[in-house]
Ligand binder design. Structure first.
Ligand code: ZN
Length: 319
């Protein structure tokens, strides 16, 4: 079970992160993606790839400017976008460097294992040590991969007092940089599907991404899927009154299972029955239970399908 959208840096999660991650792990969460929202958040997120956090769960991160937090003054936008582009270029360079270090270590561990396996039966202890060594190298590889995997969160929000032209300008800057580095995008929508689809059509972006916290009709869902996007399914589906989204998600589970990701959007978007308390990544089990009840697909199968989808979108080199 992977939480593909969780703001671990926001209160109250950020102040109690070790406990939040432990609880997520205990409840079956295997990995978490944390989108970037402001320049200050990018620095916090870059520390998640170090101990003690990465020892508990692999954390993937993204760099982006959330429409909620954009400055009101238009002349602040160009320097902010320059800062964003520089941060992405630095993160790409750092990720490449740490990946090549770990990739260099993996063949050594594998060679050690095959030598140990070729030894006499009495050397079994040696073989199991070598296996431990290999699995730590692989764990290290997956954590190193976790440095930085996507561009976002960006998008268009029809409910905030930020000029839609400014939101569109910032969105296009994200799509351009994602395209130039071959990275997936994490897109936010609220009352804006038509504008978001128009923006995607107008841009030269040919990559992939996820429409986070998707809610909407089958028709809208299919239009994103046709463009190669996944749809992030979160707490909305746990509410019986969200009939349209529940119908769409049931349809997607049967006809486009390869396009679904799980998410909590914690600490926002509380699950049904948990209103009034902060959402947490371990409540992802509520989303899986709702999907299973809607589709009659076993929770384990939902976890396997959505984890493979996540790996294809954000971690192509792990395949
Ligand atoms: Zn978000």
């Amino acid at each position: 079970m992977i939480d593909s959208h969780c703001h671990l840096n926001l209160a109250p999660l950020g102040s109690n992160l070790t406990e939040v991650l432990r609880k997520a792990k205990q409840n079956g969460v295997k990995r978490i993606m944390v989108p970037g929202i402001t320049p200050a958040s990018w620095n916090v997120l870059s520390s998640y790839n170090s101990q003690p956090y990465c020892d508990i769960l692999p954390i993937d991160t993204a760099i982006g400017l959330h429409p909620y937090f954009l400055p009101k003054e238009r002349d602040e936008i160009p320097p902010l976008l320059k800062q964003f582009e520089d941060a992405v270029a630095d993160a790409v360079a750092n990720t490449k460097e740490s990946l090549s270090l770990v990739k260099g270590a993996l063949p050594n561990a594998q060679g050690f294992l095959s030598v140990a396996q070729g030894c006499a039966p009495e050397a079994q202890g040696c073989s199991s040590n070598a296996q431990g060594c290999l699995s730590s190298a692989q764990g290290c590889f997956s954590s190193a991969q976790g440095c930085f995997s996507a561009i976002g969160e960006t998008g268009l929000d029809g409910h905030i007092p930020v000029d839609m032209n400014v939101q569109q300008q910032v969105l296009h800057a994200h799509l351009d940089i994602a395209d130039s580095f071959g990275l997936p995008v994490i897109l936010h929508h609220r009352k804006s599907h038509h504008l978001l689809l128009e923006a995607l059509k107008a841009s030269s972006f040919e990559g992939r991404g996820v429409i986070h916290a998707f809610s909407g009709s089958k028709d809208v869902a299919k239009r994103y899927i046709d463009r190669g996007f996944c749809l992030g399914i979160g707490g909305t589906v746990t509410y019986e009154r969200a009939k349209k989204t529940r119908d769409t998600v049931t349809y997607l589970l049967w006809h486009h299972p390869e396009s679904i990701l799980l998410e909590t959007d914690a600490p926002d978007m509380p699950m049904s029955g948990r209103q009034g308390q902060p959402n947490m990544p371990h409540y992802l089990t509520d989303v899986v239970a709702a999907l299973s009840a809607l589709s009659d697909i076993e929770p384990n199968e939902i976890n396997a399908i959505t984890s493979a989808n996540y790996a294809r979108l954000f971690k192509p080199s792990l395949f």
